[in-house]
Design a protein around this ligand. Structure first.
Ligand code: ATP
Length: 458
């Protein structure tokens, strides 16, 4: 077995790997970059898409009580007045009088500048919403906001979803989409940016049932990260103190991850009570209550909101997967131990030699067939050892090697990224076998001898 070098990954190592292998690039790099904006490269977009797909699968497709939504980023500006964002979506901003650096007052540990020890200005409240204009005239009447959260798009569609789907509480609406916040101190790579993606659920329940549903969602969301491979020791729950609750919240628990910068929020689960629907009903003049047939009673549902960041989750999966190990020969290998469901490339097809005799089988048949079902990379450059290292470093869970023997016995070799063990399988079973492995079913099961994966006879 490969030996792990017990060392925590640093943010510098992650940033460098992400750039080198095409996960994440600095935005606008050829123009010197744009602060706190990042672009996802060829592997990064696959990884983030897989994170979002896994979230959608668990929270929409596999649940009877959930439906999806994709609302517009630009919305009626009154929405942000009703929701409280225009008045209260603010952070306290302080400037250092000596070095001119800016800080969020609520993030400071003392009363002086953490950089130079200088005197700080009084805190000023700074609204985090980005403003823009609809149409050609840039006046106050045309001003709109880039949404700072996806949640409000769900609340204002509550009645539309109720009437079009025949859902009734308890049920929830899920949405994945961009959000924008003019953060005072963005940074730490993709951890805190001004443009980011959220994965949010608004779950509507009858008042009184909120406590139990809140607990349900905290557990559910915590376990989702574990099921996708996050090490349990790197994840913890942090219930909020009363004083730090947002203006709308009746309760909140953060799921925190041990990022390279220390324990920080990965996702927040809040009990928003009936605040949002009540506000929108009041300001829009629409009835946003639910009429319960059985009891002939109308009520405004309470809302439980599990709110996660797609970029932050992707960063957590990257950090957790990263390992530096010594292989059997004592050579260093960098590996991303992604869960196969999240890995950007599921299978690498590697002909042992570039000779023409292997091409029809390796490229035209196996690669062509596998790519119909999986994200596959074909690589025939350099030694097989170097190719394995390249795949390890981008987290490809399985490499399929085709050698000259394959031409005779119709078998190929599957190499497992984590154990580095190799097994030979008949080509006729390759797709099925990889399918089970990618789903995580036979991931750790590579028995010696006859059986080569769960459910199949050798
Ligand atoms: P903070 O207090 O750190 O500013 P928050 O509590 O305001 O964050 P929420 O409003 O609860 O954050 O947002 C829900 C989730 O969206 C967060 O848990 C995080 O994963 C993600 N998120 C929020 N702000 C950012 C950001 N600036 N960049 C990246 N992801 C973010």
């Amino acid at each position: 077995m490969p030996k792990a070098i017990p060392e925590k990954v640093t943010m510098e190592k992650l940033v460098s790997l992400c750039k080198r292998r095409g996960f994440v690039f600095q935005s606008s790099e050829i123009y010197g970059g744009l602060g706190s904006c990042w672009d996802y490269g060829p592997l990064g977009v696959e990884l983030k898409n897989n994170v979002k797909a896994a979230w959608w699968q668990a929270n929409v497709r596999e649940r009877d009580d959930m439906v999806g939504l994709d609302s517009a980023i630009l919305m009626h500006p009154q929405i942000w007045k009703s929701s409280g964002h225009v008045d209260t979506f603010t952070d306290p901003l302080v400037d250092c009088k000596s070095c001119k650096q800016r800080f969020r007052a609520d993030h400071l540990k003392g009363s002086t500048c953490p950089e130079c020890g200088g005197e700080l200005t009084e805190a000023r409240m700074f609204n985090l919403m980005f403003k823009t204009f609809m149409g050609p005239v840039e006046d106050a009447a045309a001003q709109v906001y880039l949404r700072p959260e996806t949640a409000q798009g769900i609340f204002v569609n509550f009645q539309n979803v109720l009437t079009s789907t025949r859902k009734k509480p308890p049920f929830g609406i899920a949405q994945i989409g961009k959000a924008f916040r003019n953060e005072i101190t963005p940074g730490n790579f993709t951890f805190r940016t001004r443009e980011f993606e959220q994965m949010e659920i608004e779950y509507f329940v009858k008042p009184g049932a909120d406590g139990e549903r809140f607990e349900h969602w905290v557990k559910e969301r915590f376990n989702w990260y574990i099921r996708l491979g996050i090490k349990p020791e790197n994840l913890r729950l942090r219930p909020h103190e009363k004083a730090e609750l947002a203006h709308y919240a009746r309760g909140c628990t953060d799921i925190e991850y041990l990022f390279p910068i220390g324990w920080s929020e990965l996702e927040g689960i809040a009990n928003r009570g009936d605040f949002d629907l009540t506000q929108h009903a009041k300001h829009s003049g629409q009835n946003l209550s639910y009429f319960e047939e059985q009891t002939k009673e109308s009520y405004i549902p309470y809302v439980i909101e599990p709110s996660a960041g797609a970029d932050r989750a992707t960063l957590a999966f990257l950090a957790d997967a990263y390992a530096e190990e010594l292989d059997e020969k004592g050579d260093l290998r960098v590996v991303l131990h992604f869960h196969p469901k999240l890995a950007p490339i599921k299978v690498a097809v590697l002909p042992l030699s570039r000779k023409d005799t292997l091409m029809p089988l390796a490229h035209d048949r196996i690669y062509a067939e596998l790519r119909q079902d999986f994200m596959v990379q074909y690589d025939d450059a350099q030694s097989i050892g170097k190719r394995y290292r390249r795949q390890d470093e981008i987290g490809t869970p399985f490499c399929v090697t085709i050698d000259f023997q394959s031409l005779e016995d119709n078998k190929v070799t599957i190499r497992d990224r984590d154990s580095q063990k190799q097994i030979r399988v008949p080509m006729s079973e390759l797709k099925k076998c990889l399918g089970a492995k990618v789903a995580g079913e036979a991931f750790d099961v590579l028995p010696a001898g006859g059986q080569y994966c769960l459910g199949f006879d050798g």
